[in-house]
Design a protein around this ligand. Structure first.
Ligand code: AMP
Ligand code: ZN
Length: 464
């Protein structure tokens, strides 16, 4: 019996789909930059849900959106549109920005063996659906107009806050001075924003030229493709308190029905125990890890070792350990593959049961991996290899592709940088930490990032 932890009910629940085909919506990327490994952890999680459902015999109709308009810098109603900001900075059209990073995202999915959902929905292809949705909310009395947009009136929706358990009264009392004085409640959010003439992306609407809010995208597109009530909605935990709360309000205000039966959220990835952010220079892309000699699947394997509801701390030591462990697994499987000896059906079925139990228990992939690692300790047998291939339907580690070849660990870096890195290592050895820090800053300024690992210094070009 498949069970999921449902954020809405805060319990593990048996999964009972509405119909024959499981309907699932996943919040997709905002395509203003390359996806970083934290984002990709969330999509590996999406993939594990989908693979687990298939393993249990379900068919799936999945939707992922591509946010190419409306996601503002502050996740709320203020700040510049992320795509427009990138467009100004890179002197490219918003469409070009979105296309470049959508393509890069799709390539990352492929490298990580993340199956793309059946429907990929671009926000800018659904502007009319969003306008219709906002109009319907407005007509039904759930929205009001201000000088800069149309806002959802959360006081009209008593269920507001049920996903995250936020207390709106407390929020109101503690609210900072509102930037937008026309809003009736600080948590009211924009459904549609009126655009000033400088805004690049804008469309005609009953409220003049403007652009949609970020949250309305997901309501309009999920309902278009999956109906008013669907089975699963996935995303990262950061979306619980605002984005998903707002989606629920938009969906349920109009229909009066609970729109999503199972809300599944993946925990965050940290880097060296802290927040991952561009300004700290500690975000990595899959391409960067590859340049450093890791395979994309080393990263997938690294993620598989932590349950999706646990924070996962990314370190290069951890990634090295994952890489070694994955290589060991592949080497062992290669030996099993070349053996003609059988393994008894009882033993195999035992492993199958244990593996299925782990998957069914809220997608406990670390436990499921543990079953595989126990199984490969059996005497060498082709049956164990074939069993691993069965398990790989969930794990997605390309266990059918043996053996692997690895690229050298260090990317090629210019001599000038290598010399600075050597001087810094020397300075550290002499305990001249001020000089070491100065050299680090100089290396950073030249566009390279350095990381001290137990195997030495890893140098990578900083993502532009
Ligand atoms: P965005 O492109 O910013 O809309 O984010 C895409 C997805 O990545 C969302 O589902 C976020 O919840 C998720 N996400 C962002 N940062 C992290 C992180 N550090 N760890 C895991 N998931 C993340
Ligand atoms: Zn969304």
């Amino acid at each position: 019996m498949l069970k999921f932890y449902n954020t809405l009910t805060r319990t593990k629940q048996e999964f009972i789909p509405i119909g024959n085909v499981v309907t699932m919506y996943s919040c997709g990327p905002t395509v203003y930059n390359y996806a970083h490994i934290g984002n990709l952890r969330t999509y590996i999680f999406m993939d594990l849900i989908r693979r687990s459902l298939r393993y249990e015999g379900y068919r799936i109709k999945g939707v992922i959106n591509i946010t190419d308009v409306g996601h503002l810098m502050a996740d709320g109603d203020d700040g510049e549109d992320k795509i427009e900001k990138a467009s100004r900075e890179q002197n490219k059209k918003p469409l070009e920005i979105a296309e470049t990073y959508t393509k890069a995202f799709m390539e990352d999915l492929k490298k990580l063996n993340i199956g793309c959902p059946e429907i990929v929905a671009k926000a800018t292809d659904h502007i009319q659906e969003m306008i219709d949705y906002v109009s319907a909310l407005y007509k039904a009395g759930f929205a009001y107009e201000t000088s800069d947009g149309i806002y959802f009136d959360i006081s009209k929706f008593p269920g507001y806050g049920k996903l995250s358990g936020v207390n709106l009264e407390e929020q109101l009392a503690g609210a900072r001075v509102e930037i937008n004085g026309e809003k009736r409640h600080p948590a009211d959010f924009a459904l549609w924003k009126k655009a000033d003439p400088l805004h690049i992306m804008q469309w005609d609407s009953p409220w003049g030229m403007g652009y949609p809010g970020w949250h309305i995208e997901c309501s309009a597109m999920s309902q278009k493709y999956l109906g008013q009530v669907f089975d699963i909605h996935s995303g990262g935990v950061d979306h619980i308190p605002i984005h998903h709360e707002n989606e629920i309000a938009q969906n349920e205000a109009l229909t009066g029905k609970q729109s999503v039966n199972y809300w599944l959220h993946g925990e965050f990835m940290l880097v060296d125990g802290g927040k991952m952010s561009k300004s700290l220079g500690n975000t990595y892309t899959i391409a960067q890890l590859e340049q450093m000699g890791y395979a994309a699947l080393d990263f997938r394997f690294f993620c598989l070792n932590a349950h999706y509801r646990k924070k996962l701390n990314f370190t290069f030591e951890g990634l090295d350990a994952a890489r070694i462990s994955r290589e060991r697994l592949l080497a062992q499987l290669a030996q099993h593959k070349s053996s003609d000896k059988p393994t008894s059906k009882d033993i195999l079925d035992n492993y199958r049961t244990e593996f299925r139990n782990a998957v069914e228990d809220d997608i406990n992939i670390p436990l499921a991996l543990g079953v595989l690692f126990t199984a490969i300790k059996e005497p060498k047998s082709k049956d164990i290899y074939l069993l691993a291939l069965e398990f790989d339907k969930v794990l997605g580690l390309s266990l059918d592709k043996l053996p692997i070849t690895q690229k050298p660990m260090q990317p090629s870096i210019p001599e000038e940088i290598a010399a600075l890195v050597a001087s810094r290592t020397e300075a550290k050895k002499n305990k001249n930490f001020a000089e070491a820090d100065r050299l680090r800053a100089e290396i950073n300024a030249l566009g390279y990032h350095i990381l001290d690992t137990k195997d030495g210094v890893v140098v990578t070009p900083v993502e532009k």
